[in-house]
Design a binder for this molecule. Structure first.
Ligand code: FPP
Length: 248
């Protein structure tokens, strides 16, 4: 007899009682997807933005509380300006639509990263989408924008060093929780499952601190082709593992 009653929205092969609370995704492979079709790389990013919409809504539908996606890293500024511009415009378009569809999607939107170097227009849009979606508590999408794991940890260390220099705390009193509380992800549980499509097998500066005990799922599928079925496979793989967090 099943222990958990299968909810209407639980996909086959997925145990509704052991869903990851937090899934994080490196949305990789947009460029190759476009190249394979003889299209400009920006077409791959546009298709990738569409996949993000589908997967974010699906995560909420099946009961995933937190979804974190790597949209633009601190290193992505090295790309050609046209590509950077196209990714920023896609984000802007997504946020415009998210603001329009907010009541239907009911997803809280949070940004991880330093938004300072963005254009004032995009920054204002990020602020509006964040503020307007704060009232939703069922599902949260964290969009990593101008984000880098090392940069995030460096900022947390600087903040703590400032407190020590001001005599507000003793360096010996600093705990792991103090560092976690100064990351962009403060208050968000660590990701249970991190997915990287496109065949690359590395972390690329993504959630370095938070991923200490995350389970990884790698697939050759390119991000624009990533589907609900592929997400189900990733969750089923996660559920088949034994998480010991350093214990036995
Ligand atoms: C990595 O693929 C992808 C990016 C650096 C950009 C991701 C951005 C989006 C999907 C669009 C906007 C996002 C949202 C949340 C609406 P790549 O270009 O490195 O692919 P490649 O390795 O095949 O070249």
């Amino acid at each position: 007899m099943p222990i958990f009653r299968k909810s209407q929205n639980t996909p086959d092969g997925v145990d509704p009682g052991r869903l990851p609370r937090h899934i994080a995704i490196i949305m990789d492979g947009n460029g190759r997807w476009a190249q394979k079709r003889g299209l400009p790389r920006t077409a791959g990013h546009a298709a990738g933005a569409e996949t993000f919409r589908t997967i974010a809504n699906y995560c909420k539908e099946i009961g995933i509380e937190y979804l974190t996606v790597y949209a633009f890293s601190t290193e992505n500024w090295r790309r050609p300006p046209e590509e950077v511009g196209a990714i920023m415009r896609l984000l802007g378009r997504y946020l415009d639509e998210a603001l329009e569809d907010m009541e239907r999607n009911r997803i809280r939107i949070v940004f991880f990263g330093d938004l300072e170097p963005l254009t004032p227009e995009l920054r204002a849009l990020c602020d509006r989408a964040h503020s307007a979606s704060m009232r939703y508590s069922e599902a949260q999408a964290n969009i990593c924008l101008n984000y880098g794991g090392r940069d995030e940890i460096t900022r947390a260390v600087r903040a703590l060093a400032r407190e020590c220099a001001a005599g507000e705390r003793d360096p010996e009193s600093i705990t792991e929780a103090d560092i976690s509380a100064r990351l962009y992800s403060a208050g968000v549980p660590d990701p249970d499952l991190i997915i990287r499509p496109s065949g690359e097998i590395r972390t690329s500066n993504f959630l370095l601190w938070q991923s200490a005990y995350s389970e990884y799922y790698f697939t050759d599928v390119l991000w624009p082709d990533f589907s609900k079925e592929e997400l189900n496979r990733a969750i089923a793989s996660y559920q088949a593992r034994s998480r010991r967090f350093g214990g036995v």
